[in-house]
Design a binder for this molecule. Structure first.
Ligand SMILES: [Zn+2]
Length: 379
């Protein structure tokens, strides 16, 4: 065989190999655009899109589903966000559990499970994170995407070197794609700023009284197992912390620093004058000390490195051999939401909200999340 022919064959082989790798990656990448199903309880009043509050979002990857539960009697109006950061699954899964189970008899509850819808369509490069995790239900395994903290660069690009966010703070350019730095949003801005603007419009139009933004953070992050509260919600947060303590859940109270701008609860309080809190649980798959990322690390939350780090006193939460499973993190979010609503009722009875069928935090811990999820429906 001549040298020229040999070069041609190896060149062709490399070309075909590259094409196959590119195609496989492209299919994997595109598959993350497929939304996981959410099956609302029969008591759902209406499902809308965020674009119905801010039409500029229509037909963009930032548009997202809004689930409304309206009680027969007037009362408090509450907004719950999951998926502000799509790599913090406890917030998203808590929102899904509520949507699939609850009935509101008094007041109004609005839930946005995928606040940054675009962030669910990719995951962070070089982190080696799985694209999905799985939860068993009585009718089969349901899958959920494990996304990124940031808006997909395919939907918003390029990032500037520095970013002056809509609240006027100068921060790193990459934060233009972090929904939790883009409040109160802009009607003519980056996609992520438009999402934040849409949420602000919803807050005003639906006359929201209290906003709750569900998050997770690495176990080595100091603000963890915490209720982070806007200055106007100090009493509400303190009362909720006491309620939680009585139920056996330890939470720390963190006052939101007034000079850290662009965060959901900070701008909801400052701009829309509603009460606002952000909740954090500890997620090992989010942290820097973790071993190999995997779907089971997300769900079971067991990681030897974190157990060792806890023994060395490097963490801000207890972290034993049993880890911190997703069911425990979701239970904490559910318990905090119930405590916040009970405290709101106590402080301002006119804003009373009554919700039936909320999955009990203790039962979620005992029976698992899948016990409360609708069994898989094949379409
Ligand atoms: Zn977060």
């Amino acid at each position: 065989m001549s040298k020229l022919k040999g070069n041609f064959i190896s060149g062709l082989f490399l070309f075909l190999l590259t094409t196959v790798v590119c195609l496989l990656s492209a299919f994997q990448f595109i598959s993350m655009h497929k939304k996981e199903a959410i099956y609302p309880s029969k008591w759902l009043s209406t499902k809308k899109m965020l674009s119905s509050y801010f039409p500029e979002l229509k037909d963009t990857p930032g548009d997202t589903e809004v689930f409304l539960y309206q009680g027969q009697e007037e009362g408090g109006n509450i907004l719950i966000l999951g998926g502000t950061h799509p790599n913090e699954p406890a917030g998203f899964v808590t929102a899904v559990l509520l949507i699939e189970n609850i009935r509101v008899t008094r007041g109004k509850l609005i839930i946005i499970p995928r606040a940054n819808n675009s962030g669910f369509t990719h995951n962070d490069p070089q982190e080696g994170n799985p694209q999905r995790f799985f939860l068993e239900t009585s009718g089969g395994r349901r899958e959920f995407r494990y996304g990124s903290r940031l808006t997909n660069p395919v939907h918003q690009w390029p990032d500037p070197a520095l970013y002056i966010n809509p609240a006027g703070q100068k921060i790193s350019g990459i934060e233009t794609r972090n929904l939790n730095r883009c409040f109160p949003g802009k009607n003519k801005g980056y996609l992520t700023e438009k999402i934040a603007f849409g949420i602000m419009e919803l807050i005003k139009k639906e006359k929201i009284d209290l906003g709750i933004d569900l998050h997770e953070a690495a176990p080595e992050y100091p603000v963890i197992n915490a209720i982070v509260f806007h200055d106007n919600s100090a009493e509400l947060a303190a009362l909720s912390q006491m309620e939680l303590q009585l139920e056996g859940f330890e939470f720390r109270l963190e006052a939101s620093p007034p000079n850290l701008r662009g965060l959901s609860h900070r701008e909801w309080g400052d701009e829309a004058h509603i009460q606002a809190v952000l909740l954090e649980t500890a997620n090992a798959s989010h942290g820097r000390l973790k071993g190999k990322p995997s779907p089971s690390l997300i769900v079971d939350g067991k990681d030897k490195n974190y157990t060792k780090a806890a023994r060395l006193g490097l963490l801000f939460v207890p972290y034993g051999e049993e880890g911190i499973p997703l069911k425990q993190r979701v239970a904490r979010h559910l318990a905090s939401i119930s405590a916040l609503l009970a405290s709101l009722n106590e402080l301002d009875p006119k804003k009373r909200i009554e919700i039936d069928n909320v999955p009990s935090p203790l039962q979620v811990q005992e029976n698992g999340i899948g016990f409360f999820l609708t069994p898989l429906k094949r379409s």
